[in-house]
Design a protein around this ligand. Structure first.
Ligand code: S3P
Length: 177
């Protein structure tokens, strides 16, 4: 099966869904944030504070290049990965891209209990979410498919993604015959 890449805003459920998909499909789970933290030997928060967002984005593009070369993997991409065109090109080269979405309120509720996301450690996280969602909407829309995780259970989302990928694989085979 081809790689499955999950993109989407922070708090849309990428990690939960990617982990469940990896278990169901017996594929390896890869998180671009984990690759960065391992390579930099620092947390995402530390990287943002000590080296700044541009440095993080460069490290993220390197991690994506590495992940896109792997096979049989489910990739959990950081929420901002979509803003650089080269990242999307790398993902598209070797997989099917599914964007998970959720509304502003759902994202707020899901993210407010955590402190590991530097972009949301601000005085008014709701405003930040609104601004970033508006700015990034055209980039998330470049995915092959989008699923609103606020409307379905995690199990339903996983099933939908499996259906999508199986259908795409089947149509590839038909074209090849
Ligand atoms: C970011 C999302 C985070 C992480 C970093 C920046 C973003 O990943 O890469 O904090 O710019 O949206 P998650 O989407 O997995 O939280």
């Amino acid at each position: 099966m081809r790689n499955i890449i999950l993109i989407g805003f922070m708090g849309t459920g990428k990690t939960t869904i990617a982990t469940a998909l990896a278990n169901r499909l017996k594929m390896r789970y890869i998180s671009t944030d984990d690759l960065i933290e391992k390579k930099e030997k620092s947390t995402i928060n530390e990287i943002f504070t000590k080296k700044g967002e541009e440095y993080f984005r460069d490290a993220e593009s390197d991690a994506i290049r590495e992940a896109a070369q792997m096979e049989n993997v489910i990739i959990d991409a950081g929420g901002g990965a979509v803003i650089r065109e080269e990242n999307m090109t790398n993902f598209k080269s070797n997989g099917i891209i599914v964007c998970l979405t959720a509304d502003e309120e759902t994202i707020m509720q899901r993210t407010k209990k955590y402190k590991h996301r530097p972009l949301l450690n601000v005085e008014d996280p709701k405003r930040k979410i609104r601004e970033l969602l508006a700015k990034r909407a055209p980039f998330y829309a470049k995915a092959d498919y989008c699923i609103d995780t606020g409307k379905f259970t995690a199990r339903q989302v996983v099933n939908k993604i499996i259906e999508i990928v199986e259908a795409a694989d089947k149509s590839d085979k038909e074209i090849a015959q």
